[in-house]
Every structure is written in C-alpha cells, then in structure tokens.
Design a protein around this ligand. Sequence first.
Ligand SMILES: Cc1cc2nc3c(=O)[nH]c(=O)nc-3n(C[C@H](O)[C@H](O)[C@H](O)COP(=O)(O)O)c2cc1C
Length: 222
Amino acid sequence: MDVYEAATSRRAVRAFTDRPVPRLTLERVLSTAAWTPSGSNIQPWHTYVLTGAPLAELKKRAGERLASGDPWDEPEYEQYPPALKSPYRERRSAFGEQRYGALGIPREDLEARQRAAAPNWDCFGAPAALFCYIDRDMGRPQWSDVGMYLQTVMLLLRTEGLHSCPQMAWAKFHKTVAELLSPPDELVLFCGMSIGFEDVTVSDHRIARAPLAETVTFIDGR
Ligand SMILES: Cc1cc2nc3c(=O)[nH]c(=O)nc-3n(C[C@H](O)[C@H](O)[C@H](O)COP(=O)(O)O)c2cc1C
C-alpha cells in the first residue's frame, strides 16, 4: 500500500471485530511514527497503549459512568471555539447530517445522537486503543506536532491492514482514563484512538471533503 492509498483508505472506523492486534505490530507502527517531525524535534507526544484486561476495565468503568448519567469531566482544553463560524459551522452540521442521517437519527433528536455517541466509550468494540497526552505547558505548534504524529500512526495502521478512530470523546472521561494509566499531573489527555480490524459487516460510508478550491490557494502567476 502506498501513501496515497493509506491516506484515502483511512477513515474514522466505528465498528471493529474482536480480532486481537499483535503487540509487535503496534510496536512497529509506533516506533516508525516516532519519525514524525516536530519543531526542534521535541517530540511532545506521550502515548499509552491499552489492550486486554486493562482496556476491558477502562471500557467497563466508562460504561458504568455513562449508564449512571455521571456528567463529563471538567474539560482540560476547548475542543471547538465556543461559536464556530462559517464555513466551519456548516461543515460541522454537514458532518452531523451525514453521520446521524446514516443512522436514521433526525437532526432534532439530540437524545438519540447522544446515545449514538455511547460506543465511543467502548472503543467501538476495538481490542486496542492508544491515549495520547501532551504536556500542559505546550503551545499550539506542539499540539500541531501531536496531530501530525497521530496521522502518521493512522496511516501506518492502514499499511498493517488495521483501521482506527481518533476520539476526543475520551477527553470527556479523562479522569477515568487516568485511573487506569496514572499519567503524571503535567499531562493533558488530547485524545484516544481505537485500533483494530474493521467489522465489514457494519455498513459505513465516507465523509465528504470540501472542494480543493475552498481550502487551497495556488499562487503561481498563471
Ligand atoms: C482529533 C480528532 C478527534 C476526533 N474525535 C472523535 C470522537 O470522539 N468520536 C468519533 O466518532 N470521531 C471522532 N473523530 C473523527 C472525525 O469525526 C472524522 O475524522 C471526520 O468526521 C472525518 O471523517 P473521516 O476521518 O472518516 O474521513 C475525531 C477526529 C479527530 C481528528
């Protein structure tokens, strides 16, 4: 698989089989992703990988919290600007339409949308997950470094026949994640990532992208 194919075949997969992901594969992917560039090569990512009984325990605890209606943890960073302006607002609602429309959930049924989000905290059935932290002191360029790192991980997973779903949803339960991982206090959980083999019996569709001219400007004197 070349990089074009890895980039185009990567999608946020939300249904996995329970086929285990070999530890050696995860080590190969993560040691290669370590070649991700970062400003001054500071490599600001801190990754924890969870499989087996510890992941099952995390899913159990998160599921119990959800079932008991326990509110989300105090956010440690803002996931979106409070008032998302155009064109981002329209793109976000188009995503909601596509995602929840495909599940047959109408726009106004917020409760059903919330229910549909619940599988996040079961890692969509995935047998492996990673949790990526960044130091509280880090600024926007370092958060961007972490994003590049995570995309590198996701592309490498494709070359291994694996799929993934990056999940800020886990940041909403960061205290539960911390119970299992015991990260140092100076770290903030950016996101989780479910990892595994796609359950191809569950139908899925590709989320569209803005046309190139909306996001790219060529200035070439032509
Ligand atoms: C940082 C980040 C956090 C995300 N968090 C979630 C999440 O919590 N739950 C989820 O189902 N998808 C999550 N996604 C997936 C996005 O919804 C998805 O990438 C986007 O809609 C584009 O779809 P695609 O990745 O399938 O092409 C996240 C993606 C990113 C990059």
